[in-house]
Design a protein around this ligand. Structure first.
Ligand SMILES: [Zn+2]
Length: 234
């Protein structure tokens, strides 16, 4: 039997073939599910006009070579994950929502769309934790304060990244959205980079940081570029 549900303008119809062929056997997801921290929307087929949650084609699991980390820069409900262009969303309470299979082609990181899975933490993080001048503020919210990722959220994000790294055969890199777009300087921000990218138990041979340079405030490495991409030594 195929269950149906209508949420707003969207009609969802689970299709078994939408599930990841390679991403089902892993210890991490059942562990999250046991403690009530996993919502799986991967099998839900989106229909309807203007559906932001629609995929833009599919690819083989071998085409995925990187996890791309994001912050959403806006607070979101669990339900709004249905309209997401990320593969996974991680919420402040530590819940992971798997929005799409890793084989779905989505628009989340410009040039990195083709080869990456998008993992986004729901928060409004400063580009450099504790420095309000590095917080992106929309015009409608000029006095916005930073809402950094919670410890529970960071823990789940590490679990989800580890899950992708173990189950996708060619996944070897963790990148930041900042590395594929000059407009996303604070994406995902120093706290997420340090507590997720730099902590994930990478596969043998895995590397960090491909693309535009990362600031030393994130990496802890001394470089000749500051947060704004300016040269600090001549
Ligand atoms: Zn992003």
């Amino acid at each position: 039997m195929t269950p149906r549900a209508t949420i707003g303008e969207y009609l969802f119809r689970p299709r078994a073939t939408d599930y990841d062929p390679v991403c089902r056997e892993d210890e991490e997801l059942p562990q999250l599910a046991r403690v009530g921290l996993l919502i799986d929307y991967r099998g839900l087929y989106r229909t309807g006009r203007n559906s932001k949650g629609k995929t833009h084609g599919t690819r083989g699991p071998e085409a995925v070579t990187a996890v791309c980390l994001h912050q959403t820069a806006v607070m979101m409900s669990h339900k709004s994950a249905l309209r997401s262009q990320y593969h996974s969303l991680i919420y402040p309470d530590g819940t992971a929502v798997l929005c799409h299979p890793a084989t779905a082609y989505l628009w989340h990181a410009r040039k990195a769309n083709r080869f990456s899975v998008g993992v986004a933490l729901v928060c409004c993080a400063a580009g450099v934790e504790g420095n309000p001048r590095t917080l992106w503020r929309p015009k409608s919210e000029p006095s916005r304060q930073a809402t950094e990722a919670t410890d529970a959220q960071l823990k789940t994000a590490r679990a989800i990244c580890g899950y992708y790294l173990r189950t996708l055969p060619n996944l070897r890199n963790v990148i930041a959205h900042r590395q594929s777009s000059r407009m996303r300087r604070s994406d995902p921000g120093s706290r997420i980079w340090q507590h997720v990218a730099l902590q994930v138990d990478l596969c043998p041979g895995a590397t960090l940081a491909r693309g535009l340079p990362l600031p030393s405030e994130w990496t802890g490495e001394t470089k000749d570029l500051d947060y704004y991409g300016r040269r600090t030594i001549s």
